[in-house]
Design a protein around this ligand. Structure first.
Ligand code: ATP
Ligand code: MG
Length: 193
């Protein structure tokens, strides 16, 4: 198989500066999976991609299994950081350990943004971390506003803060028309994780 990333064929130099801030929010299913699909698309163009999984720990994610088995050249362009515990965090169960993990992830994100280390950065569930008041929305905005011009940044998660929506260039709100969750179907391996 031809490995397209071997030829160092990075971003088309003729493009205008094109890095935007995207937000995938809403209560419908598909926010995280949309961001992972985007990561796959960008990796296929030899972009350097960072995915920070806020609020998510442990190794029970199908996407982690897939990412571990990509070709070496694609894997070299991908960094995944888990910034959370191995459980779902809500406002009524958040602990000091959740905060520590999430803040560690944010410090890393800030460094990656200011050092211009990636073409695409996905801050999965960053909206949740802001909603839980673990990350300060004004600080996040300051960092996003000062991102390198050609870096694309995606924030996912429900309840995107109005200030984040205001500075974003693209906001998709996924509305649940129907969800099997409402009939008692819990998260399924291979579909939700
Ligand atoms: P996906 O990761 O499948 O793209 P998502 O990122 O859009 O989904 P999240 O808001 O991150 O969805 O929710 C993650 C998981 O939380 C869901 O897959 C589901 O199992 C669970 N969940 C908890 N509460 C609900 C709810 N009210 N409606 C739907 N799912 C819920
Ligand atoms: Mg999600």
């Amino acid at each position: 198989m031809i490995d397209k990333c071997d030829n160092n064929n990075l971003i088309n130099p003729n493009w205008a500066k094109h890095g935007y801030i995207q937000v995938y929010t809403g209560n419908g299913k598909g926010k995280t999976t949309a961001s992972l699909g985007l990561a796959m698309r960008a990796l296929g163009r030899c972009w350097k991609v960072l995915i920070i999984m806020f609020t998510k720990g442990g190794d029970d994610y199908g996407e982690l299994n897939s990412f571990m088995n990509l070709s070496e050249s694609i894997k070299n362009n991908l960094t995944i950081v888990q910034a959370g515990l191995d459980r779902i965090v809500y406002s009524n169960n958040k602990s000091a350990s959740d905060e520590i993990e999430i803040k560690k992830g944010w410090e890393l994100a800030k460094k990656a943004i200011s050092n211009d280390e990636y073409n695409l950065i996905i801050l999965d569930e960053a909206n949740i971390a802001i909603d839980l008041k673990i990350l300060d929305v004004n600080e996040v905005i300051e960092v996003l506003k000062n991102k390198p011009a050609d870096m694309e940044i995606v924030l996912t998660g429900r309840n995107a803060h109005p200030k984040i929506i205001e500075i974003a260039h693209l906001v998709s709100k996924i509305e649940p028309v129907k969800h099997y969750w409402d009939t008692g179907i819990a998260a399924r391996k291979g579909i939700e994780y």
